[in-house]
Design a binder for this molecule. Structure first.
Ligand code: C2O
Ligand code: CU
Length: 419
């Protein structure tokens, strides 16, 4: 059920927002690979909503995009989502209406493997988010935008940010951190998710390296890193070897905003009376060591895709003198659909003319980027590029968009249409 409710992100100071089943983040849905999933969404919000199963290849009519795959569920109405969770992995579900993600309508969705590709003793779901108390509103641009940015928390030149009050791990601010338990000798699987509205994070754990074993839910050959960058809509699974008893800081820094980093603790059960690290302790991995590079990841299978039948070039722009964010100069929904044909291998080449990161997310398909499969790709600012290839094997109308919800709302989206 999606309904208004109260949460205490700051203990003792409940505030009213919109929630799934009264929880923030929303309740984790966990199913086994191949299971049929039926979720009835009851809309008790004062406006229309939809639910999108981010990353899960569902039939088009179940994809939850208002105006593309369904009408918004009206206040007081129900909608039944019904699909089979065929591909195991770490996913999200969230509202796809307007800026409702920044109300708190976000949650994890886990499809467990029948045969896990890696061994582990326990797992934790780690949700990185930004905290917007109050009603999300579109960001204003225009020539005066630069001046107004000065008054916005976390603003940087060319990087307009909503007035976030803080950064969260599993719904808690850094002064009241979530504690993740472990024991000496365990292998801990972390499912890292970023369902935030507008924050790209860099994540690291003090005293521990991470073996990245999946990207956007899809298994990769383990790669040991000290930190990783995770954009809106992205997920990584990492195994941490718990071999350093004590209490350690897990930290997620916003790369485009000056906000206190999100923080949690990794606590060994046998840590006894170990004193927690000081609140300002920064994991060394955030500053040095190996940062994850997508190009270094290798897929488990070596199914290199075939050569593309069609190549589409997209220029991503916006953010300077206007409030619009564009793809090839057009702002969605006043934008031409991109036509593809069933069975084609499609290549999309992107170039980012703006000064912000854009996590570009394709609905309904996994794509190949470098050697691996993903559904969301961070395109770096300042003429950064990314190229993705996918097979058009799931007919319908599918959104392709920036997962910064303020960019999406300001036009950075297109529909991919099967001709
Ligand atoms: Cu997670 Cu179209 O979004
Ligand atoms: Cu963007």
């Amino acid at each position: 059920m999606a309904a208004p409710g109260e949460v205490e992100v700051i203990r003792g100071r409940p505030y009213r927002t919109w929630l799934y089943n009264g929880q923030f983040p929303g309740p984790e849905i966990r199913v086994a690979e191949g299971e049929r999933v039926r979720v009835t969404v009851e809309n008790r919000l004062p406006e229309g909503t939809t639910v999108h199963w981010h990353g899960i290849p569902v039939p088009n009519a179940m994809d939850g995009v208002p105006g593309v795959t369904q009408d918004p569920i009206r206040p007081g109405d129900n909608f039944l989502y019904d699909f089979v969770a065929d591909v195991p992995g770490t996913y999200l579900y969230h509202s796809h209406a307007g800026l409702q993600i920044d109300r708190g309508l976000v949650a994890p969705f886990i499809v467990e493997e029948r045969q896990p590709a890696v061994d582990y003793d326990r797992e934790h779901t780690v949700i990185l988010d930004d905290f917007l108390p109050g009603e999300p509103a579109p960001l204003s641009g225009g020539p005066g935008g630069m001046m107004r940015r000065g008054g916005m928390r976390g603003g940087m030149m060319g990087a307009q940010m909503p007035p976030y009050a803080g950064l969260l791990i599993n719904g808690r601010l850094p002064d009241d951190p979530t504690v993740f338990e472990t024991k000496r000798g365990e292998r801990v699987r972390l499912r890292l998710l970023n369902p935030s509205g507008a924050t790209t994070f860099r994540f690291a754990i003090a005293g521990h390296r991470m073996d990245v074993v999946a990207a956007d839910g899809q298994s990769v050959q383990p790669l040991t890193v000290d930190s990783l960058l995770i954009g809106m809509g992205e997920r990584y699974d990492a195994i941490v070897a718990a071999d350093q008893p004590g209490v350690w800081t897990m930290m997620a820094v916003a790369v485009e905003a000056n906000l206190l980093p999100a923080r949690a603790l990794l606590r060994y059960a046998d840590a006894g009376a170990a004193t927690p690290p000081p609140a300002n302790a920064v994991p060394e991995g955030l500053e040095r060591g190996r940062a994850l590079e997508l190009a270094d990841l290798r897929a488990l299978d070596n199914s290199a895709g075939r050569a593309p039948d069609r190549t589409i070039d997209l220029a991503l722009s916006g953010g300077m003198m206007s409030s619009a964010w564009t793809i090839n100069g057009q702002t969605y929904p006043d934008a031409e659909p991109i036509s593809i044909r069933e069975g084609e291998r499609v290549r999309i080449r992107m170039i980012n003319h703006s000064m912000m990161w854009h996590p570009m997310h394709l609905h309904g398909h996994f794509f190949r980027v470098a050697d691996i499969s993903k559904d969301t790709i961070l395109v770096p600012p300042h003429m950064g590029r990314a190229t993705i290839d996918f097979t058009a094997d799931n007919p319908g109308n599918w959104l392709f968009h920036c997962h910064n919800i303020y960019h999406m709302e300001a036009g950075m989206a297109r529909v991919l249409r099967y001709a």
